[in-house]
Design a protein around this ligand. Structure first.
Ligand SMILES: Cc1ncc(COP(=O)(O)O)c(C=O)c1O
Length: 423
């Protein structure tokens, strides 16, 4: 008799048409440029001297001892707590406090952190509310826990940017069994930070309905056009800080902030993420105790990366500054190449994060456009339907790309559409 598999994994295991064409072209030796590059280790964000000094932080005798702590090695959590306490960019509202080491949990990645939190908060059949457009991994992460990833909407108005459709959050809550509201601050791929009035409304809604908040802040430290006036194409005038604010230490509702080295230091392969918990006292204590049971069962963060955390955090400000410069310059290049009175394309406002969204004429269905970009221009792209955009045609550009690759990619992208319009 054949084995059967869990219905939590309903997804196809074979490649889609785009991935098959890419494999075919690669087999023929074709070099393909990934327009939506999100892998920092392929984008030259660290120079060789950097990487060598990073490697030095891993040679420690302490790595040979095994003294497991479910929340993670205390020294590492103390450094992380000190790092949060020293940050000037968190824009914390009055009453928030930076996390103590007891409220920090180290794990292998933020993806794993989601799994732990869904286990902590949900029974099978419960729901977590997730943004749409949004990061496509949620269907999987929620599905693995037999939890529904129920979406709420974000609306776009040009050039002011994206806003959360609060009515859609209310309807998603009213549909019942919602145990957590996932906020991505700023969201991927829309690049939108939570606005003060959205934050206030959402915290109130969560407090009223007993729904916890999960704030994914992996891109928080990477503002791009957060404070730019796009009336002039985003090239010059600043309108002042739009009030980015982190959910660290939020006290009104049970809150879990996620971050990790994947984006903070551009080192996803090192596998270190964390959860910072806060909220009203009795609930928070119970959550910490229960989360410790989950963390203790996995003990998934390795000793070498935890022991290297103090030095790594010390170098994170330099990495962030260098990366922000690249993101902003690439965004300017994208606007100068793909926008203008005669351009058929529009670059959506990107307040922060590593991804820009370009809207282009829907001359063909998105998937066919993506296949055409791959076949004719050797460009790998992510069409908007990957992120549940409500209409077509949108494509994402990875703002961490090497500037010369981004420019080459944007020119080839424009040339493809120009040819298509003449056909
Ligand atoms: C919004 C968001 N959260 C989390 C992650 C994953 O980070 P990690 O490598 O820590 O799992 C990503 C990866 O791109 C992301 O876009």
């Amino acid at each position: 008799m054949r084995s059967s598999f869990s219905s939590r994994l309903p997804w196809p295991t074979h490649d889609n048409a785009l991935a098959s064409l890419r494999a075919e072209l690669r087999a023929k030796g074709k070099a393909i440029l990934d327009l939506s590059e999100s892998n920092p280790t392929r984008a030259g964000l660290h120079d060789d001297a950097d990487l060598e000094s990073l490697l030095g932080f891993f040679l420690k005798a302490a790595n040979l001892r095994y003294e497991p702590d479910p929340r993670g090695i205390l020294d590492a959590r103390e450094e992380l707590a000190a790092d949060y306490a020293s940050r000037k960019d968190l824009g914390l509202p009055p009453g928030s406090e930076s996390p103590s080491p007891e409220r920090l949990f180290l794990c292998a990645s933020t993806s794993e952190a989601y799994g732990w939190l869904f286990k902590l908060l949900c029974d099978p059949g419960d729901a977590v509310l997730v943004p749409k457009p949004g990061y496509p991994l949620f269907d999987y992460l929620a599905g693995f826990e037999s939890v529904e990833a129920r979406s709420y909407r974000l609306d776009y108005a040009h050039p002011s940017g994206w806003r959360i459709d609060l009515d859609s959050v209310k309807s998603a809550l009213d549909a019942g069994r919602a145990k957590a509201l996932v906020l991505i601050n700023p969201n991927n791929p829309t690049g939108s930070y939570l606005r003060a009035e959205e934050r206030k409304a959402l915290v109130e809604l969560c407090a009223r309905s007993g729904c916890a908040l999960i704030a994914d802040e992996v891109f928080y430290g990477f503002p791009v056009e957060a404070d730019r006036d796009l009336a002039d194409g985003g090239r010059s005038s600043f309108v002042g800080e739009r009030g980015r604010s982190s959910f660290i230490g939020e006290r009104q509702v049970l809150t879990f902030v996620l971050d990790g080295l994947s984006k903070r230091l551009g080192l996803p392969q090192m596998k270190l993420g964390w959860i910072a918990a806060s909220g009203p006292a009795p609930e928070l204590e119970e959550a910490l105790g229960r989360l410790e049971i989950i963390a203790d069962a996995y003990l998934s963060a390795g000793a070498p990366i935890q022991n290297a955390l103090p030095e790594l955090l010390a170098s994170s400000a330099d990495f962030a500054a260098r990366t922000r410069l690249r993101l902003t310059r690439n965004m300017e290049t994208l606007r100068s190449l793909l926008e203008g009175p005669l351009s058929p394309h529009r670059v959506l406002r990107c307040e922060g994060g590593w991804t820009a969204i370009v809207e282009s004429p829907r001359l063909l269905p998105e998937e066919e456009l993506a296949l055409g970009l791959l076949r004719e221009e050797a460009l790998w792209s992510q069409p908007g339907y990957f992120f549940d955009m409500e209409r077509e045609a949108f494509f994402t550009f990875g703002l961490i790309l090497r500037p010369e690759d981004l420019e080459r990619g944007a020119r080839a992208y424009a040339a493809f559409f120009e040819r298509l319009m003449k056909r």
